[in-house]
Design a protein around this ligand. Structure first.
Ligand SMILES: [Zn+2]
Length: 223
């Protein structure tokens, strides 16, 4: 297979077993964005960077989103060793990934996120990414399953978690819960969440989000 020019090797060191490995990343200068869905999923004409969002240690099976990979405590490391490494069939995700490979890496990150009690927002974000990968794969049943999981985690995060230190704010989170509900065909739920987003101060300060929320509310209302 000819190596896609968007990809390069990045060296990683596993924080749990301390073995080094390489994982592919995409060069942002080589990416060609062709479309953005209303739930913020970006489509590219070549490689999609989402496929390389999860780093997986080929030696011990530890996996996490890149920005989360190194923030792990000793106790959490023990949980991984006892629950993941003991069952791990050594394999590498260090080459170009198929959609199925990418889905496996996110499912592993999801399993680990649940073991380590990640925040609902983080679990929801992983579920949304899996839903998007199934969208690329054109598997509507699985896309729907993971979008539902994402929406439900986002709803819980909205009511029960602080969003501080995340790249999410109230307006964007309620917008996502609304837009995902719209995609799932839950009209009332979609309208409620989009209305909540439109009344949020953070949406009022974000004209692009405000106009998306208005448009998606209008589309949903007309259904
Ligand atoms: Zn490792």
């Amino acid at each position: 297979m000819v190596e896609a020019k968007e990809l390069y090797d990045k060296k990683e060191k596993c924080p749990i077993c301390e073995k080094e490995f390489t994982t592919k990343k995409t060069r942002s200068s080589k990416l060609r964005l062709i479309k953005r869905d209303e739930d913020f999923f970006n489509h590219y004409s070549g490689e999609n960077p989402i496929k390389y969002g999860v780093s997986v240690c080929p030696n011990c099976g530890y996996a996490a989103l890149e920005n989360k990979f190194h923030s792990i405590t000793k106790e959490q490391g023990e949980i991984i060793k006892n629950n993941i490494t003991t069952k791990w069939n050594k394999r590498s995700y260090g080459d170009a990934r198929s959609l199925d490979d990418a889905i496996e890496t996110y499912k592993l990150a999801l399993l680990i996120g649940n073991l380590l009690n990640y925040k609902k927002l983080e679990i929801g974000t992983i579920c949304l990414s899996i839903g998007w990968l199934y969208r690329l794969k054109e598997d509507r049943t699985e896309e729907t399953r993971f979008l539902t999981l994402a929406r439900d985690q986002f709803k819980e995060a909205y009511y029960n978690e602080s969003l501080e230190g995340s790249n999410m704010d109230e307006g964007k989170l309620s917008y996502l819960a609304g837009e995902i509900s719209r995609r799932l065909g839950d009209k009332e739920e979609a309208l409620n969440w989009l209305k909540l987003s439109l009344s949020s101060p953070s949406t009022k300060q974000n004209p692009a989000l405000d106009s998306m929320a208005r448009e998606q509310w209008r589309i949903t209302k007309e259904l």
